[in-house]
Design a protein around this ligand. Structure first.
Ligand code: SOE
Length: 390
């Protein structure tokens, strides 16, 4: 029998569901050295949390997340709550010697993220691991792209174009869910989905953004207050209205430390775009294109090949040799959104068993947080170029 890795999860809405599926499926597919056990899920409402535990396969439920910290059968605290509670839970869990997996963005401010990095650094000295759930790194095609870039496919990168387009806020009567409130979410499209493409751009290039020039906008400034449970992404509004205090869209251009130029678009107002996350990279020797709604595909151009037969080639990243894919099904039996979380959790569980540091670390997520901050500074300064580290 393999030893057990006891999991305590905080939050059970959308991300709680994806993480629960992953903690359940990871064992059957990747067989980590430590066998994950879904011990306890914490939430605010006792009935809803108990129902979530039953549905998602957790042994117990509680309304007191702090009770996870003193339990010997909980080794990992998995944080799936809105950003306003990440710092408090993560720091307390790390101080209690629990490994921490934290949803993105890491925090609601740079100051909070810095405190979390300090706690993670102190805990690391005692073998306690921490990781941030930027799951798009675990799309096989993205992981393959990173390998190809490391191997020199692109040469010197000149351009990065990244987008994350959704449309779930088009209806002006969509309720003022927590994702639209700065005090809970930190920012809007910027931190929720812009953070993903910042992370993927930095991950793929193994580089960081030096500075940005940005514009943000809130198209609908008042919305009805939620009339029922607020999962941040759905529901109905009541009679009373409140102010939207975050951006609906954030557009910015930036320069990488390498000198590459980058553009980023994050919006919840792109009619027809459901989860259109995409990235393109153009270099001196070639190019790569990826779009999440076709997430098994990577488009590759080798600029050194014969132009007569060159051009973009479609690669299906489902071969046994491709990152993660070999653990699943034969080539061409395509993977989906859920699988990215299984991969993320497999890597996290492996790092805990091996005593290594998983990525993305809290430090890497802090670098994303600093970009979010620079974007907001630039947008309030009417697009002035703002350095990320200032
Ligand atoms: C909502 O915009 C959301 O659920 C994000 O919070 C996730 O991180 C993204 O993967 C899908 O969209």
């Amino acid at each position: 029998m393999r030893p057990t890795l006891g999991i305590g999860m905080v939050g059970h809405a959308f991300m709680g569901r994806t993480h629960s599926h992953a903690w359940r499926n990871v064992d059957a597919v990747f067989q980590p050295a430590l066998r994950p056990r879904r011990v306890v899920v914490a939430g605010r409402d006792p009935d809803r949390t108990a129902a979530a535990a039953e549905r998602l396969g957790w042994d117990e439920s509680t309304t007191d997340w702090r009770s996870l910290l003193t339990r010997d059968d909980v080794d990992v605290v998995d944080i799936c709550t809105p950003g306003d509670s990440h710092a408090e839970i993560a720091i307390a869990a790390l101080e209690a010697g629990k490994h921490v997996l934290c949803e993105k963005p890491l925090a609601n401010s740079v100051a909070e993220a810095e405190e979390m990095v300090a706690a993670a650094t102190a805990a690391r000295a005692d073998g306690v691991r921490s990781m941030v759930a930027f799951n798009y790194r675990r799309v096989p095609a993205i992981a393959l792209a990173r390998q190809l870039i490391d191997d020199g496919l692109l040469g010197e990168v000149h351009h990065i174009r990244a987008r994350y387009l959704q449309d779930w806020l088009l209806d002006p009567e969509f309720p003022l869910a927590w994702r639209l409130q700065k005090e809970h979410a930190g920012s809007g499209a910027l931190g929720d989905i812009g953070a993903h493409i910042i992370d993927v751009a930095q991950f793929l290039t193994a580089d960081t953004i030096e500075g940005v020039s940005a514009m943000t906008h809130t198209f609908v400034e008042q919305r009805p207050l939620p009339s029922g449970a607020d999962d941040g992404l759905s529901g109905t509004g009541g009679e009373e209205y409140g102010d939207v205090t975050v951006d609906d869209a954030a557009l910015f251009i930036g320069r990488m430390h390498s000198g590459a130029l980058a553009s980023f678009e994050a919006t919840r107002f792109a009619a027809g775009a459901k989860n259109d996350m995409g990235i393109e990279l153009y270099g001196s020797k070639g190019a790569l294109r990826f779009a999440f709604e076709d997430m098994n595909e990577l488009w590759i151009h080798d600029a050194t090949a014969d132009p007569a037969t060159g051009g973009f080639t479609r690669v299906l990243a489902t071969e046994g040799a491709d990152p993660y894919s070999g653990a699943w099904y034969p080539p061409g039996h395509v993977l989906g959104y859920d699988h990215t979380f299984v991969h993320e959790i497999a890597d996290f569980a492996r790092a805990i068993a091996d005593g290594t540091d998983p990525h993305p670390s809290f430090d890497e997520a802090l670098s994303v947080q600093r970009v979010l901050d620079a974007v907001e500074r630039s947008a309030s300064a009417k697009g002035a170029y703002e350095l990320v580290d200032s």
